[in-house]
Design a protein. Sequence first.
Length: 85
Amino acid sequence: MVLYGVAAAVIGGTSLYGGRGKMIHALIGGLVIGVIFNGLALIQTSASVEFMATGLVLLAAIVSTLSLDEELGGRSLGQRPTSVS
C-alpha cells in the first residue's frame, strides 16, 4: 500500500525533494495508479507483474521529474525566472 501512495504522489508531480505539489495532482496520480492496477487485474496478471508495472511507471515519473527540475533550475513550472541585477 505504501508503494501505491508514494507512486500516486510522484506521478501527480510532487517533488521528491519536498516543497512542491498540489493535492489535485496527487489525486490524478492516484487515478493513474488505479487504472494500471485495475487494468492488469482485468487481464488476470499476477501480483508480481502488477508491482513491476507500478514500479516502471513510478521510475518513469521520477526520471521525468528529475529531468524537469534540472531543466527549470529548481523553479516550479508556474514561476518566472528572476532577473539578476
